[in-house]
Ligand binder design. Structure first.
Ligand SMILES: [Zn+2]
Length: 647
């Protein structure tokens, strides 16, 4: 992240830095778990990952991601998350903590000097306040009537910041001009639209929901038509602006964020009124997309708030109408479910009533019951697919089996597949063996397709790729675990190797023996392997003499590159608080991955020998020898696996 020359006074920047708590700013975007007295971790918002490598060190006002090797202070974070300039990030955070920011020349901030993003946010905030006031005025009667008719009494409106956009073409336009907002900025913020005769109010005669970021900043609006004569769409949203990107915005997240992190659950509903109904009925984790289908970017936002580790995944609950469109939406969500692993559910709305209608007809309890009655998404998708076949006939059952088996083969959690195969046999009324046979054939054909796509050479520089794509045990044993590839195994491997070296440099007392026992080839990155060799051959430091030890290491380093690496390793923050237990886990995992690579290699060799594809050189190990080594490796890995996962 490059900093634009700061025109904000240095003492003001310092005051903001002093007042802001970095863990709170970061915590708006991901759920942080405390891993030590001065460290927290979560899923990185800047790259795709399944286990946490994003760390925050509050005392140093620092964040660092071991996955993408990016880091910085709280301003860098705000800049990157908002795609903003340095000045804009300072202003945003200054607002948050109530610090007045002044610029080098002149006294107070003048509009023209402020960052663009800050100016747009200011315009949108003014608009939200304007709409809110209009809701009390006489012309807003249809909006108030609508809200009452949907079960939302006046005392609930402020919580959601509801407002009314007057019917005229220039009500907001004139208000913003009076407040000194140039038309051009109001246009960029999506508040105005431009026509032949100049700019005019985008939302007219509509009930307005402000769409807020997790920290409460309004960035856009959703607006509902009230006038039956209005020929525009029923719902109108702010278009894409520098502030508002509908693909990753979730309505209600500002209200639901804390509950989502606490309950490890998120409920996805369809509309603004559904979010309100859920919130008021006590389902505090409800959010909705804004005028677009739930997509991959939304999924990432949700996942980061739910958990910092795939194994600790919370629940994602989609609410759907039981009709054909609802089923299609569920199937789409199933595709996305590969992001969410196996913890996605569907709450099917009785009689097609959305949460808002349901609450209106049957009360808060019914809304909570809707969510409580959720079924696993996989089950819902399979069973609603079965309803399209005539299961009374043999032909219908076979066709239904063919349609369902690919769905089961796509479930990423391998432990769930036999479970669903068994369930499917029951739903179809066919023998389990028939389902298992079809499933095995499907998995085989998928794995062939996978190995074809794996034939491309690795593109990561500096990484020695050995046989096979996978580095995790699941990927090696079961090549169909496609999802395992999402985690960029090479990157995960580099991360692990680096953490091991960090431990070796920072905690030589507890890691020296572990490192000595580790095979050189366990380090795949050339520079890491050199550093490991150097560390291994250096004499073990005496207790209390670690400081001198680092100097001796640097002095004995083979070249400047290695010296730079050693200094970085000494300075970098460890992923967890280092203790013996953790060091053992890291080195066990390293050894395990090394074994995985050797096992994949051996499997290939054994297979080629048994099919006669390999020409055996004189002195090369025989098939029996290879197989014996393979078995020994497998046994050793089982031991390691127990050690690296035991708590
Ligand atoms: Zn990252």
């Amino acid at each position: 992240v490059r900093r634009v020359a700061g025109r904000i006074r240095a003492e003001d920047v310092a005051a903001v830095r002093e007042a802001v708590r970095i863990e709170e700013v970061v915590g708006d975007h991901l759920t942080l778990r405390r891993t030590g007295p001065d460290s927290l971790t979560g899923l990185c918002p800047f790259h795709e990952e399944r286990t946490a490598s994003f760390t925050v060190t509050p005392s140093k006002n620092l964040w660092y991601c071991f996955g993408c090797a990016e880091g910085g202070d709280v301003f860098d974070f705000q800049q990157r998350i908002d795609h903003a300039t340095f000045a804009e990030a300072v202003e945003r955070l200054a607002q948050r903590v109530g610090v007045n920011v002044r610029y080098e020349r002149g006294g107070a901030v003048s509009g023209a000097e402020q960052g663009r993003r800050t100016r747009l946010a200011h315009a949108v905030t003014l608009a939200a306040a304007f709409y809110r006031r209009q809701l009390d005025e006489a012309p807003a009667a249809p909006a108030r009537d609508f809200l009452h008719s949907r079960g939302f009494p006046a005392e609930t409106w402020a919580r959601f910041g509801l407002g009314y956009a007057p019917r005229g073409w220039d009500s907001l336009l004139r208000h913003l001009r009076n407040q000194g907002i140039p038309d051009e900025e109001a246009l960029t913020a999506g508040l105005l639209a431009s026509g032949n005769r100049g700019p005019y109010d985008r939302f007219r005669g509509r009930l307005v929901w402000p769409i807020r970021q997790p920290d409460g900043q309004v960035i856009g609006f959703g607006a509902r038509r009230l006038d039956p004569e209005d020929t525009g769409p029923k719902y109108l949203n702010t278009p894409e602006t520098p502030l508002y990107q509908k693909g990753r915005v979730l309505y209600g997240l500002d209200l639901a964020r804390v509950a989502i992190a606490r309950e490890r659950r998120v409920v996805l509903v369809e509309g603004y009124t559904d979010v309100m109904a859920c919130q008021l009925a006590g389902v505090a984790t409800a959010v909705a997309t804004c005028g677009t289908a739930f997509g991959a970017d939304h999924a990432r936002v949700v996942r980061r708030l739910l958990t910092d580790d795939e194994r600790l995944m919370g629940e994602v609950i989609f609410t759907f109408d039981g009709d054909a469109a609802g089923r299609r939406a569920a199937v789409r969500a199933f595709e996305l479910d590969q992001v969410f692993a196996a913890s996605t559910f569907v709450a099917v709305q009785p009689d097609g009533l959305d949460p808002c209608d349901l609450r209106l007809r049957s009360g808060d309890e019914a809304v909570r019951g809707l969510i409580a009655g959720r079924v696993p998404l996989v089950e819902y998708v399979i069973r609603s697919g079965l309803s399209e076949f005539d299961l009374a006939t043999a032909e219908g059952r076979v066709a239904a089996l063919r349609a369902s088996v690919p769905l089961i083969a796509r479930i990423r959690d391998l432990a769930l597949r036999p479970e669903y195969a068994r369930l499917l046999a029951g739903w179809l009324g066919t023998p389990e063996s028939q389902v298992n046979g079809a499933l095995a054939a499907e998995v085989r054909s998928r794995s062939q397709a996978d190995s074809r796509s794996d034939a491309q050479p690795g593109s990561e520089p500096g990484v020695t790729r050995t046989a096979g794509r996978g580095t995790g045990p699941a990927a090696t044993l079961v090549p169909t675990a496609r999802g395992a590839a999402d985690d960029e195994p090479d990157r995960a491997g580099r991360l692990l190797e680096r953490e091991a070296l960090r431990l070796a440099v920072q905690q030589p007392g507890i890691t020296h023996d572990l490192l000595t026992a580790t095979a050189e080839a366990a380090f795949t990155v050339a520079t890491a392997r050199t550093a490991a060799a150097h560390l291994r051959t250096s004499p073990r430091p005496l207790p209390g003499a670690e400081a001198g030890w680092l100097e001796a290491l640097l002095a004995a380093a083979p070249d400047d590159g290695q010296r730079r690496l050693l200094r970085a390793l000494a300075a970098e923050q460890l992923l967890r608080e280092a203790d013996e237990r953790y060091a053992e886990q890291v080195f066990a995992r390293l050894a395990e991955r090394h074994l995985d690579r050797r096992i994949a290699e051996l499997r290939g060799l054994v297979q080629r020998q048994s099919t006669g594809a390999a020409v055996t050189e004189a002195g090369a190990p025989t098939g029996e020898e290879l197989f014996a080594e393979l078995m020994a490796c497998e046994a050793q890995r089982r031991l390691l696996r127990e050690r690296s996962t035991a708590t």
